[in-house]
Design a protein around this ligand. Sequence first.
Ligand SMILES: [Zn+2]
Length: 303
Amino acid sequence: MATKNDNSAAQDAAKKALAAVQAKKAAEKTKAADDTRASGKVQHNITHVGQESTNKEELLAITKKNAMPYRIAAIILWILAIGFEVFAILFFTHKFEPAFAAENPGWIISWVVCLVLDLVCVIIGSQLWKKANHLDPASAKNKTKFWIHNNLGVFLSVLAFLPFIIFVLTDKKADKKMKTIAAVAAAVALVVGGLTSVDWNPISQEELLEAAGTTEVYWTDSGTVYHLYEDCSHLNHSVELKEGTTTTAIENGKTRACKTCEARAIREADEAAQAAADAGKTDVDSGTTDKTDTGENTVDTGN
Ligand SMILES: [Zn+2]
């Protein structure tokens, strides 16, 4: 089912993790199937959830539906942000001058408050937009489109402050000092809004689909990730666990594997490969293992 795309680092990492999960399963099959669950330090109440037969289109329809409220809320907040910017411009340029904004403290307060509300709306909107993208990721086939989609909040930050800066700097009434203060304040807001709007760790639709349905995973109602190991340290304080395929986890809003579990799976897979190499076995269940350097420390190309 995997369609070959350009290899982004993120996809490499996802593939590596996936290979690790498969290696983990293979390793477990050869072990005596007695220990892990019974000997775990923490007793979990595990509820199995989910139908097993969700296909790709159904899954994407569900993720889209899960993300929709966040997208709508983000867009509403961004519209409000632009609205506050318009008022900031009107106040600053004296185009809108109710009694309270005619005198000096009131005038400054009026456009400063509008700028602050503008920034608040941009930041909250962007966080909701990022949340929506993690529930319902965009395709990474087109890199530019993918970046724009994930970082739409950055463009909104520019849109929410740059026009104000331009109006301020070209205003003829205000004195130079006030113009400088207002422009610098808006520029700082633009940078703060922009930086908080960047998704530093985006996930793609391809990663999501590739992870879907491949293995049994664990999650909690309150968490945002799924775990590959029931005895993951992050689950030590959780008694109630849900168990299901990654597809079901994704449907429940857990779109990403826990980093600790991912690292462990990769480590265990490396160890298993090493052990297999040491034992002189050549039939490791991994089509991608490069036979020429299994005896050496493998160079980590994904990082
Ligand atoms: Zn974990």
